[in-house]
Write a protein that binds this ligand. Structure first.
Ligand SMILES: *[C@@H]1O[C@H](CO)[C@@H](O)[C@H](O)[C@H]1NC(C)=O
Ligand SMILES: *[C@@H]1O[C@H](CO)[C@@H](O)[C@H](O)[C@H]1NC(C)=O
Length: 527
């Protein structure tokens, strides 16, 4: 309102130069300062006592059910090695069960300070990620108020009519309701006869009338304007009449702008060259990489291959539809993955290791078919070792609340369920190093470049809740190495292994320190 008055004054006196300079100053002055961190304005109005069992029920006897109680979250997780099924070569094939405490990997002389810093960052993270619609709201019994429970949305700084407001009360002399919000203002788009409106254009509006029908007609024209710019939040509105309060949320957000990829024209079902880019990371193993490229070209002669390379003395890898990106020496595993996927311009990206070999069973079309026909974001295949053993590395990842020491990370081999229409495919949380993913979603999660040597599960942990992951065991790629017969081992393999799997526990330390600080995990168990 002050702005409008100022503008009028400026129009009247604006002809005089000194005054117009003053006007420019007044108009450009920000007229409002908003504390964007403070979202607790309605605290205290939401009655927590509602959650406590009322005293009047405590005398009624009950019997707890332990099996159900055990399933409930307790905020006090522990990591212990669990006994699992044993079978021949289990340890060689998939490793043995373990439990790790991450605090023991932090340098003891800085542990206390690191802990304090972690908790400070965590507090800020919680404030940033909090959304007002997460708040528990309980509707009290028998309210005469009708209101929208959910689904009301407004664009930042824009106006809407609030649908579904009305009062259904018993006979009264005067019918009165009020609306209260914190991030906007209310008004009426039309004035109904016999209704008194107080507080139009403000955070608190009151409507009253001796006739309930007139009041309800007026309620159809109540508008809400968002005035605090804070996209992707919500304004919690209190709708009140005598003795009754209802609370509902108006979501404030920009529309989701789509980011789509042109799938290309094709006579056959899928044009893989237009839909998929193959990405890999290499380090000195140029013979293996060339075998991979040759095998890809047998089946997919025109699909683009992106190579991230952090070798000390890089060799040029040339050929049609090949892009090689040279990185600083030893930048590492996840940094290379990150660079490679950042250069993809197709809808999907297929991740392969540089020592994989395509075969007749490496049907990218099958994986494309899954992503085209399900809401999955990433689908893994199977990697076949020279022993014939197929790895899908399907993992279930569970984060259990753990109080002030951090949460517990629990990984288990396994999956959640089979996908209808795709009998070879399941839904899981993590898969093997051979997967097709939506480029857009992969970029959103990214590969943390701090993980330079060892890292795989970390990506799926970062993607938990963001990526919808599946795994199909009928799309197979061969693994050229890993199990080396001593007489076939070349000098380059020894060099590679020395770099990739260093003797010192440095890289394990990095990994566990990241779990401790970045993910705020206290400990981890796996099988
Ligand atoms: C948040 O805002 C409320 C009401 O405006 C105020 O009482 C409270 O002190 C603020 N809290 C913080 C942390 O700034
Ligand atoms: C498939 O896509 C590629 C790359 O966009 C294009 O060059 C090629 O002509 C397409 N093939 C068919 C059969 O449409």
């Amino acid at each position: 309102m002050r702005m409008r008055a100022t503008r009028k004054l400026c129009l009247i006196f604006g002809t005089a130069l000194p005054l117009s300079l003053l006007c420019i100053h007044l108009l450009s002055k920000p007229d409002k300062v908003v504390d964007v961190w403070n979202r607790s304005a309605l605290e205290g109005l939401l009655d927590n006592a509602l959650l406590q069992p009322a005293d009047k029920y405590t005398h009624i006897p009950l019997k707890w059910k332990d099996d159900v109680l055990q399933l409930l979250p307790k905020n006090s997780c522990k990591c212990e090695v669990e006994p699992t099924l044993d079978f021949p070569f289990r340890q060689e094939l998939i490793g043995k069960p373990y439990a790790v405490n991450f605090a023991s990997y932090v340098d003891p002389s800085v542990l206390e300070e690191t802990y304090r810093r972690r908790e400070k960052e965590y507090k800020k993270f919680k404030m940033r990620s909090y959304h007002p619609t997460d708040k528990l709201i309980i509707a009290k019994a028998n309210s005469p108020l009708e209101y929208p429970v959910q689904g009301v949305e407004v664009r930042p700084m824009k106006t809407i009519l609030i649908p579904g407001l009305s009062l259904q009360d018993n006979l009264r002399k005067v019918y009165q309701v009020s609306l209260l919000c914190t991030m906007g203002t209310f008004d009426v788009a039309a004035e109904v006869e016999g209704v008194t409106v107080k507080g139009a254009g403000e955070k608190h509006i009151t409507l009253s009338s001796p006739h309930m029908d007139n009041l309800n007609r007026q309620l159809q024209f109540v508008s809400y304007t968002n005035t605090v710019f804070h996209p992707n939040t919500a304004d919690t509105v209190q709708f009140q009449t005598v003795d009754h309060t209802a609370i509902f949320n108006i979501k404030i957000h920009h529309p989701t702008v789509p980011k789509m990829y042109n799938p290309g024209s094709s006579s056959s079902k899928y044009n893989i060259s237009a839909l998929v880019t193959i990405a890999t990371k290499t380090f000195i193993r140029y013979d293996k990489l060339q075998d991979l490229i040759d095998s890809i070209r047998k089946y997919y002669p025109t699909v683009t291959i992106i190579i991230a390379d952090d070798s000390e003395t890089p060799q040029k890898v040339e050929g049609p539809f090949i892009e090689q990106y040279i990185m600083p020496f030893g930048k590492g595993w996840f940094a290379g993955r990150n660079l490679a996927i950042s250069q993809v311009t197709t809808k999907y990206v297929l991740w392969v290791d540089d020592d994989f070999i395509f075969c007749t069973e490496t049907k990218i079309e099958k994986l494309v078919d899954v992503l085209e026909n399900t809401p999955l974001d990433l689908v893994g295949g199977a990697v076949r070792e020279i022993t014939g053993f197929k790895t899908t590395y399907r993992q279930k990842i569970n984060v259990i609340p753990g109080g002030k020491d951090g949460d517990c990370l629990m990984t288990r081999l396994g999956y959640h369920h089979v996908i209808q229409g795709f009998p070879n495919c399941v839904v899981s949380d993590g898969v093997v190093n051979f997967f097709l993913a939506r480029t857009e979603k992969l970029l959103q999660v990214g590969f943390d470049p701090r993980l330079s040597r060892i890292g795989h599960l970390e990506f799926f942990i970062d993607g938990l809740g963001k990526l919808h992951v599946g795994s199909c065991d009928d799309v197979i790629v061969d693994h050229a190495s890993k199990i080396h017969l001593p007489w076939t081992k070349k000098e380059i393999d020894t060099k590679y292994e020395k770099f990739r799997y260093p003797d010192s526990s440095d890289s394990l330390d990095v990994r566990h320190n990241l779990f401790y600080f970045k993910n705020r995990f206290g400990c981890m168990t796996g099988n």
